[in-house]
Design a protein around this ligand. Structure first.
Ligand SMILES: Nc1ncnc2c1ncn2[C@@H]1O[C@H](COP(=O)(O)OP(=O)(O)O)[C@@H](O)[C@H]1O
Ligand SMILES: O=C(CO)[C@@H](O)[C@H](O)COP(=O)(O)O
Length: 494
């Protein structure tokens, strides 16, 4: 039996097929080849079409089948990882009612702030572990307030991965982990939050049945099996947000273990056994994939919205056809500190770690006689690394002190310069692994269907391929302090 993993990222869909006997990846593909755009009908808004995700997922599965490296009929289970916090709404015929309001959309910040006040800060933090903030519940409340004709037709509310699972199986389910990332989950009572539902006036019937993350969420429909040349009736046996899934992929499951990614967004994700929270919700706490009432496993998540998306913008705007590796090479030739050029990467919606402020990406101290596109490429990657350091200091304030951070050698971690800037500005070593989210999702499917006896067994052969240790922190520290001063000035102005 083989396992199929699907990663619904913001910029593309990745699909891998893994052999559970060896845990080796047989093939991986990405679709589309060019990065998908985020639609922004108004400043600060961010939407994508769920049907487009589904089309891209189908194309990616057909593409991997066409490689001829396995028999698609040998696939026995499917796992799904997905961009978190997005709102998908469907009617009773499972038709999408509007484009998804995705994770980096900022329109619901004020709705979440008001809910935090009325529900009460103490109650919100102790039960939800977060302010309702700018997450899925607040986005749904925006639809209720602003598009009542759409809201009236909603039969089910779900996260992006639940939607892909629905398209595959016709069934809609959720989990404590997905409900927690939407701020619908009460950790004290271990059920849908009555406080959130009552405050916003959401009917319980809008929410799908709750299943464990590792469980059978539905079985492949005949029509879809035919379309994708797969076997009818195989289960979707794992669904998780992409960040908890990235942690799973890196065997980050126990308290004190920490993972990171630097895709469209950048995340540091640490596991805790405490129902802990940041009083200002600058970092967030959600249920990890292995969370249960007896064995609490929480993911403490720092998210920077403007990470790889800034690197991509710089490549598209100043790169004139250069590839990411060309850009890394050019940026690597510029000295640490980018000759004084400083870039704040916060141009992709309200930043949680900045108390949901929207300050925009910013360039500071451009010297027209000195700075070139290469300085911009370097200052972009340094600015992103500094944003990680700023956020990690908030995690440290909350008692999380990573001694090592694990990351897949993917996205910005493919850049030696970015990785050096990350390690030296945070002063934490990074272990790089040769995997990605879709491989993790495939192995997650194996856990869900019972081919592995434990999560540990699924990732037993997952060994680090590189360890990068700090050695230049003294050079990065003054540059970081300069960058931080600029950020703090901007936070006062905005
Ligand atoms: N070789 C590379 N060097 C540096 N950055 C890269 C490279 N390849 C991709 N990236 C960055 O990673 C981002 C995409 O990461 P990915 O994890 O695929 O995104 P997502 O999961 O959000 O769809 C790109 O926008 C780009 O900035
Ligand atoms: O909002 C978060 C995490 O809380 C983001 O990390 C999204 O989950 C999007 O992920 P990518 O598409 O950047 O992987």
């Amino acid at each position: 039996m083989l396992l199929l993993g699907i990663d619904v990222g913001t910029s593309s869909i990745k699909v891998s097929v893994v052999d559970p006997a060896t845990q080796k990846t047989i093939s991986s593909v990405q679709y589309p080849e060019t990065e998908t755009e985020i639609n922004s009908p108004q400043p600060g808004w961010a939407e994508q079409s769920p049907e487009m995700w589904w089309d891209h997922v189908s194309q990616a599965i057909l593409k991997i089948n066409a490689l001829g490296s396995f028999d698609p009929k040998d696939i026995g289970a499917i796992g799904i990882a997905y961009q978190m916090h997005g709102l998908v709404v469907v009617d009773q015929h499972q038709q999408v009612l509007r484009d998804s309001i995705i994770w980096c959309d900022s329109r619901a910040v004020e709705i979440g702030n008001a809910a935090f006040e009325v529900i009460g800060e103490e109650k919100s933090l102790s039960h939800l572990l977060n302010s309702p903030g700018n997450f899925t519940a607040s986005k749904l409340a925006w639809v209720k307030e602003n598009q009542p004709e759409i809201y009236a037709k909603i039969d089910k509310v779900m996260l992006p991965g639940d939607f892909i699972s629905m398209k595959l199986t016709g069934e809609i389910t959720s989990s404590p982990s997905s409900l927690s990332e939407g701020i619908f989950w009460d950790f004290q009572n271990e059920q849908l939050s009555e406080d959130v539902l009552n405050y916003f006036g959401f009917d319980k019937k809008l929410f799908p049945p709750v299943r464990p993350v590792f469980s059978e969420h539905g079985y492949l429909k005949e029509s879809i099996a035919e379309l994708l040349s797969l076997r009818k009736g195989i289960p979707v046996s794992y669904k998780s947000g992409d960040q908890p899934n990235n942690a799973l992929s890196l065997n980050v499951l126990q308290p004190g273990e920490v993972a990171a990614t630097a895709g469209t967004s950048g995340v540091i994700y640490g596991v805790s056994d405490q129902l802990a929270y940041d009083p200002q919700s600058r970092v967030n706490t959600f249920a990890h994939v292995n969370h249960s009432s007896e064995n609490k496993r929480l993911g403490v998540l720092l998210c920077i919205n403007g990470t790889g998306i800034l690197n991509r913008w710089a490549k598209n705007t100043f790169g004139h056809g250069l590839s990411y590796s060309d850009i890394n090479h050019k940026a690597g030739a510029i000295a640490i500190g980018s000759a004084g050029l400083r870039i704040l990467p916060f141009g992709n919606g309200a930043e949680r770690m900045l108390n949901n402020k929207l300050i925009g990406a910013q360039f500071h101290h451009i010297d027209l006689n000195l700075h070139t596109a290469d300085h911009i490429f370097r200052a972009v990657q340094e600015g992103i690394a500094f944003a990680f350091r700023y956020g990690l200091d908030i995690m440290r304030e909350n008692g999380m002190f990573p001694t090592v951070i694990r990351a897949g050698k993917a996205n910005l971690f493919q850049s030696a310069l970015f990785t050096e800037a990350f390690v030296n500005s945070t002063n934490v070593p990074v272990e790089l692994y040769d995997n990605d989210g879709s491989v993790g999702a495939a192995l997650g499917a194996g856990i869900g269907v019972g081919v592995f006896s434990s999560e540990k067994e699924a990732f037993q052969n997952n060994k680090a391929i590189q360890l990068i240790e700090p050695g230049k922190s003294d050079c990065y520290e003054p540059v970081y302090q300069d960058w931080k001063e600029i950020l703090q000035e901007q936070l006062i102005i905005k």
